[in-house]
Design a protein around this ligand. Sequence first.
Ligand code: SAM
Length: 278
Amino acid sequence: MRRHTGPDDWRETNRARWDERVAIHTASDYYDQERFRRERDVLRDFEIAEVGDVTGRTLLHLQCHFGQDTLSWAHRGAAHVVGLDFSEPAIEAARDMAAELGYGPERASFVAADVYDAAEAVPDSSYDIVYTGIGALNWLPDLVRWAETVASLVAPGGFLYLAEFHPLCDALDDETGSRIAHDYFSREAWVDETPGTYTDLDAPTVNNRSVEWQHSLGDVVSALAGAGLRIDFLHEHDMTMFQRFGALRRGDDGYYRLPGDRPRIPLMYSLKATRPAS
Ligand SMILES: C[S@@+](CC[C@H](N)C(=O)[O-])C[C@H]1O[C@@H](n2cnc3c(N)ncnc32)[C@H](O)[C@@H]1O
C-alpha cells in the first residue's frame, strides 16, 4: 500500500541533495570538526539528561549524518554504537572520524542504508537504545513504517529516544513565528529547490531538490504506540537550535527562544518510548 504523497523518486532526490552537502558540512563552522576532535561530544544537555547513563549499552543512531552525535554517545560510554544513514559520503566521513578517534568497529560502526531497510542492514537484531532526530523525521514519508522499523530494533526493556523540531513550527510564518500561515495537518509532500544548506546558505550547490513531509505530534505518538512501544514521556521545549524564525533570539546557552515579552510556544520536543520487557 502506498502510504505517502509525493514523487516516487523522493529517495534518490533527497540522497543526491544530502550526498552533495556532506563535504560542505564537514568543512563548516557549524559542525566544527576540529572542535569535535578535541571535545568528542556535541550532544545537547537536555538529551544527555533525558537519555541517562549509556555506559555499557548498545546504541543505534538512525539518520546519523556523518556521525558526530553517534560518536558522542560512544565517548559517553556506550559499549557499541552503530550509525546508519543513506548517504555513502556521510558514512565514509563517519568511519574516517571513528578511526581517527581510535574507535574500532567493535566500538563504533557505520552502515549506509535507507532507514526503512535498517532491520536488514545493521549488524545486530536489536539495541538497548535507538536514538534519532534533530531534523530526521521530515525526510520520511511513512511514519507508521518508520515506527514499526524502530520498534523492531529496540531490545525488550530498551527504548527509543527521539528529539525533534516541533511540528507546530511548520504551521507558523517564517518571519515572526506568531501567525498560523500553513496547514498543521498537511500530509502533502513539500518539494523545494532551495540551493545552499543550513551551514552555509550561500554555498554553491547543484542538487537542490528536496522532498519533505511534516508529521503532527499526534501522528508521531500514535505511530509509536501502534508499533507496540510505551510512551514514557513527551517533553515540549520552548527553545530550538537555529534561527527558525526571524523573531527568535539566541541565548547565552546557545539555544534560540522567542523574546521574553512574547507568549511561548513549543519549538522542539523530545520523546522516550520503551519496548516492554516481555
Ligand atoms: C538533518 S540530518 C540529521 C542531523 C543529525 N542529527 C546531525 O546534525 O548530524 C538528516 C540525515 O538524514 C539522512 N536521511 C534522510 N533521509 C534518509 C533515509 N530515507 N534513510 C536514511 N537516512 C536518511 C540524511 O542523509 C542526513 O544525514
